[in-house]
Design a protein around this ligand. Structure first.
Ligand code: GDP
Ligand code: MG
Length: 606
């Protein structure tokens, strides 16, 4: 027997990046007086420093709002509703955040920027929401803009959702127009949460945070029973028990409450001080009266790998701790201890994409004050050797020598691109250049095309997003999924090494294709030339691949004015000093060591 919680609605806002999710959340927070006017700022839910700087949402953010419905025209009774909203990121690298948020709610507002129309990520989001059986509310945003293509976008939503045009609401998250109606629609069509047991507690863990004082804080959606301070609970997966120190809801700051009831979204302070104990998707249960665990989450597979090495060995444990804490709230971050002779001891980390990698390394620096070297990121390759062995390569530095290789297998992806028809030609050219095999182009909605193709993941990582963006003036969008490993043409994939002052720099090795190796070699040495600080001697920078030096640069020596303090006078004294300096330089050159500062490695990746 299921019971309904009549006055609660749990929902997410999903959309392609920049379609206005966080701004829409702002208006809802205002309408419901959740945040005082004077404390309001744009995209208030983007609280992380990095989010504000980059203007994007990285973490999902839950917030609880109290809304008095039917205040408008023919209201008879005022009813109070609790609306739990989860704002989500829009970038494809953070789809996993979205998928977790979706499992904690019953409905989704699907927001589409009317000046852009439906985009690739919109489709991915809709498929995820539908597969979980959520009620989807289609909404067009930015209708205040003159460039809004309301009819075209509406038609695209009709096609995508198989709904009627008049079901599509129109709002401006900027001016607030239509947002009250949207809240009424949420109350009307999103199903209230249901629960089975009133006396047995169970909750789905959809996120975590960690604080030094309070330990692990669990973000939950309560599915059954109540949770309150003093309760003894446990993680179903790990079996780890704890006493509830505090419960509360998101305001969006944490706000203490007496208890959390079925259907509610909130947090539990556990006081557990080891970050590596729980995972998202786990269930919180009562060990005395345990309900079975809820179905968990699919663990996403990393797409890009990069090795991270602390600059000093003392920092190895700090790096480990930092990765564990980040992993708590982002279980898509993978890491495994690794030691490669040249680089020392570090972690091989797996990410869901390049933006994910960038964000994590930034957070390691800013939130944990760590100094480290990040090796050139790579995707995985499976290499069959002539001696019959097979190796999975996650790091360019250990990619086997060419004469040992029999065959190489690499990941392939399926991409979907949505574009205005007049950009299609240009886009096809770009993706053919990236070794794509186009499987389909067809009309999408009234005014656009959708294009499906398969290509090596390696090529997506070679600036495909940016190229398509600029070829379409931002009007085309792309998403992808991995479809499997395929054999690469013989000799096509190869390793490119960088030598600085005749020494191999393992962190700068990369795996590339024959077609790109020369251009990449040139780009790399040129970039390095501008990043490596000059020394008192000439520094040679070389790129080596396919058994030869492909590109090289030299950084001229720094002329240190060793005679500056000598005023006028005897020139022979100056000559003597110059001669001494020259000897010193050649000695230094012999010892030959160039110290490459850490930030060079980070900059080389960008
Ligand atoms: P998100 O990535 O989906 O969270 O998008 P944001 O809420 O961060 O908004 C992206 C940009 O669109 C910001 O510059 C907003 O100010 C702008 N924006 C959002 N909604 C509207 C709207 O209704 N009208 C206009 N003119 N701009 C909007
Ligand atoms: Mg946002």
């Amino acid at each position: 027997m299921y019971m309904e919680v009549k006055n609660i609605r749990n929902f997410v806002v999903i959309a392609h990046i920049d379609h206005g999710k966080s701004t829409l959340a702002d208006r809802m927070l205002e309408i419901t007086n959740t945040i005082e006017k004077r404390k309001m700022r744009e995209q208030v839910l983007d609280q992380m420093e990095l989010e504000r700087e980059k203007g994007i949402t990285i973490k999902m953010q839950p917030v609880r709002m109290v809304y008095h419905a039917n205040r408008g025209s023919n209201a008879k009774i005022e009813e109070e509703y609790i609306l739990n909203l989860i704002d989500t990121p829009g970038h494809i690298d953070f789809s996993y955040e979205v998928s977790r948020a979706l499992q904690a709610v019953e409905g989704a507002i699907l927001l589409v920027d009317a000046t852009q129309g439906v985009e690739a990520q919109t489709i991915t989001n809709v498929l995820m929401a539908k597969s979980l059986g959520l009620k989807v509310i289609p909404v067009l945003n930015k209708i205040d803009l003159a460039s809004a293509m309301i009819d075209e976008s509406k038609k695209e939503l009709e096609d995508l959702l198989k709904c009627k045009g008049d079901e599509v609401l129109q709002v401006s998250a900027k001016t607030g127009e239509g947002v009250e109606e949207l809240l009424s629609r949420v109350i009307e069509v999103v199903p209230p949460p249901k629960y089975e047991y009133a006396d047995k507690s169970r909750a789905l863990v959809f996120d975590f945070s960690y604080s030094l004082h309070r330990g692990v804080i669990v973000y939950v959606r309560v599915t059954d029973g109540e949770i309150k301070k003093g309760d003894e609970l446990a993680f179903a997966g790990s079996g780890e028990k704890f006493i509830v120190h505090e419960v509360g809801t998101f305001n969006p700051q944490e706000e203490t409450r007496e208890k959390l009831s079925p259907g509610e979204i909130g947090y539990i302070v556990t006081n557990i001080k080891k970050p590596a104990m729980g995972t998202v998707g786990d269930s919180i249960i009562s060990p005395k009266n345990p309900l079975p665990a809820l179905p968990g989450y699919m663990q996403p597979k990393p797409v890009v790998f990069a090795s991270v090495y602390p600059t000093s060995a003392d920092n190895f444990n700090n790096l480990k701790h930092a990765l564990e804490i980040l992993h708590l709230s982002d279980s898509s971050l993978n890491f495994e201890e690794e030691s490669s002779g040249a680089l020392g001891r570090g972690y091989r980390c797996g990410f869901l994409g390049m933006l994910h990698l960038e964000i994590i390394t930034e957070r390691l620096k800013r939130e944990f004050y760590l100094e480290f070297v990040v090796a050139q990121p790579t995707i995985t390759y499976t290499v069959k050797l002539l001696n019959g062995e097979q190796v999975n390569v996650y790091s360019p530095a250990v990619f086997p020598e060419e004469h040992l290789i029999k065959t190489i297998f690499e990941p392939w992806i399926e991409v979907n691109i949505i574009t205005p028809p007049d950009r299609l030609g240009g886009i096809l050219q770009i993706i053919y250049d990236h070794e794509a095999r186009v499987s389909l182009t067809e009309q999408f909605g009234e005014a656009r095309n959708i294009l499906k193709a398969e290509m090596p993941l390696r090529e997506l990582m070679r600036g495909l997003f940016e190229e398509i963006k600029s070829a379409s003036a931002g009007y085309a969008s792309l998403n992808y999924k991995i479809i499997g490993m395929r054999e690469a043409p013989k000799g096509w994939i190869t390793r490119l090494d960088i030598l600085v002052a005749d020494e191999l720099v393992p962190a700068l090795s990369r795996i590339t294709s024959r077609k790109r190796i020369e251009r990449e070699a040139e780009e790399l040495v040129e970039k390095l030339k501008n990043l490596v600080p000059r020394a008192l001697f000439v520094i040679k920078i070389q790129a080596r691949g396919m058994g030869r030096i492909i590109a090289s640069r030299t950084i001229s020596a720094l002329k240190k004015d060793v005679t500056g303090y000598l005023y006028g006078g005897d020139r022979t004294r100056k000559m003597k000093l110059w001669a001494k300096q020259k000897r010193g330089k050649s000695r230094m050159k012999e010892s030959g060591k160039v110290n490459i500062p850490n930030d060079v490695f980070v900059k080389m990746m960008q």
